[in-house]
Write a protein that binds this ligand. Structure first.
Ligand code: CA
Length: 231
């Protein structure tokens, strides 16, 4: 079955161009011109990925991303944000709102398809069930859930992949470029600061369980996962 992509964009010309490119690439595409319609489309049939324009009439793409992340049913749907703004604070804000990646307008259909492919690949479920446990922190590759004790730690798809990588590669320092390579799969379009944003989100999710310290910043190098008994 071809992956289903929801494209939320108010400009008809861009909608048409993207719809055509994605259909040609073998995806099933539905579109929405505003966030209200997008919510209806999402509840009709959960998409495998959402392509979300930042600038929309009424509620912005940013708000929609937050809404999608808040809802238990839609939380794990990967989101790529489309933005005409290149300014760093905006990009960071987009990623912090819950987007997994962003792409700056204008973009080529080829680049867009490559990014979609990469995100779908890293969000795809792991084939065999495996439970990894470090000092009460558990990751189940079958259910794709991370738990501390009996409580689920809720994270987005990219944070999950990051956590999976850390838990299977403990005690080693990885640079941002290496993390991009291993977790994002391809580094061509993603900038290194993206890693910091997702690390920050991951730590925030781990914080209430006293586990944020499992991910250490190694100054001048990168990050290291260092699980240790909690005191
Ligand atoms: Ca727009």
């Amino acid at each position: 079955m071809s992956p289903r992509i929801l494209f939320v964009e108010d400009e008809p010309a861009i909608r048409e161009m993207v719809e055509m490119a994605l259909t040609r690439a073998g995806y099933e595409v539905t579109s929405a011109q505003d966030t209200r319609t997008a919510m209806i489309r999402i509840s009709d049939h959960y998409p495998d990925l959402i392509l979300l324009d930042w600038m929309l009439p009424g509620t912005s793409g940013l708000d929609l991303a937050r809404q999608i992340r808040k809802d238990k049913q839609t939380r794990s749907i990967p989101i790529i944000m489309l933005t005409a703004r290149g300014a760093e604070p905006d990009v960071i804000l987009g990623l912090e709102s819950g987007a997994d990646d962003y792409i700056t307008k204008p973009f080529s259909p080829r680049e867009l398809v490559a990014r979609i492919k990469a995100l779908l690949r890293r969000s795809a479920p792991h084939s065999e069930d495996e439970v990894i446990e470090h000092h009460g922190l558990k990751l189940n590759t079958g259910s794709q859930r991370i738990t501390a004790g009996d409580t689920e730690i809720k994270v987005g798809p990219t944070e999950y992949r990051l956590m999976l990588f850390f838990m299977t590669h403990p005690e080693r320092v990885y640079t941002r470029a290496q993390l991009l390579d291993h977790v994002w799969g391809q580094t061509t379009y993603v900038e290194e600061r993206t890693v910091d944003v997702h690390i920050r989100r991951l730590r925030k999710a781990l914080e209430p369980f006293g586990l944020a310290g499992f991910i250490e910043t190694v100054r001048g190098s990168g990050y290291r996962y260092h699980p240790h008994p909690l005191t």
